[in-house]
Design a protein around this ligand. Sequence first.
Ligand SMILES: [Ca+2]
Ligand SMILES: [Ca+2]
Length: 364
Amino acid sequence: MNKHVVFSVTALLVILAGCRPESVPAAGSGVTLAPPTAAPRPTRVLEMGDTQTRIRDGMVMVYVPAGQFEMGSSQEQPVHTVALDVFWVDQTEVTNAQFTAFLNEQGNQVEDGVSWLEPGAGRWGIVYGHIEEDDGVFHPEPGYEDYPVIEVSWYGAAAYCGWAGGRLPTEAEWEYAARGPQARVYPWGNTFDGERTNYCDASCSYDWRDTDFDDGFAQWAPVGSYPHGASWCGALDMAGNVWEWVSDWWSEDYYAHSPTKNPQGPDSGTIRIARGGSWFDEDWQVSASCRKGLTPSSYRMHWVGFRCVVPAQLLIATTPLRKPLYTLGKALSNFAVLAVMVGLVAVASGVMQVVRGEDLRIDP
Ligand SMILES: [Ca+2]
Ligand SMILES: [Ca+2]
């Protein structure tokens, strides 16, 4: 190695030493890439509290670390152990504004004989939803942009999540995001608190209303209205507001033979599942283990919405040169000096520095 190469490597090591302290994130702040070696290989360290914003729809997602919990309850039997890989879950239910953008790009398509959304007059001819259509252009009713989209079919919910870069959660993912490793009864704990959720409270007009609490809303509320009802990972409205479609088919005995690792639900069926209860329901129905079976092609109801998940392996950093440089470094791994230099140049230029949570994006 000649002296020029030695000087260059030494100079780059000095630069690296100056960068390294900045490349160690504070707890909960985001993602790190491994220090360069002869074969640079990124490793990601994600932590509870990490969030990121999805480019396609602006949805904030919260990080759900891998783990296991006891799924089910005395009502949803048998209770069984489920283990899940890491994933990101939407912080809130998908809103009218977000679903409107989807419709204007994709159209209100028909699947299984029903449109993705029923704008205007809904079931029984009553107007519930707050997305309107004028001359083929969809728009949220003014003042209802941040309310959850309702009267959306399972097909519309699934199509939206795919468009946004993710998918509907499995039933197990949804319940884990709501309950956590401690398998809480409600997202906030094991005791019901009617001020942490939008359910059928004292202001509700139905006979089964609970006069012990006033949650502030007779019907559906803007998403994120109950920050004190957050689940262990920071997801909101997992209890109440609107039920949420999940990907699984319904099967009465599925819990008895569910796989332990990342269960996907039955292979087939005629009914899909929704979770979390709604403004329409009693306290026991907004518990995190409660399940409701709904026909995917006909239930476009004013108490059903959804949220999405994104598997962690789909994360892509915005820096356009990171992947090509990583690939080049790997290809040169048999030439240790060159590989080290490529890695050092990448770090020195900032291309392979810390990628914090807020910098992560899902490519459309
Ligand atoms: Ca209510
Ligand atoms: Ca909900």
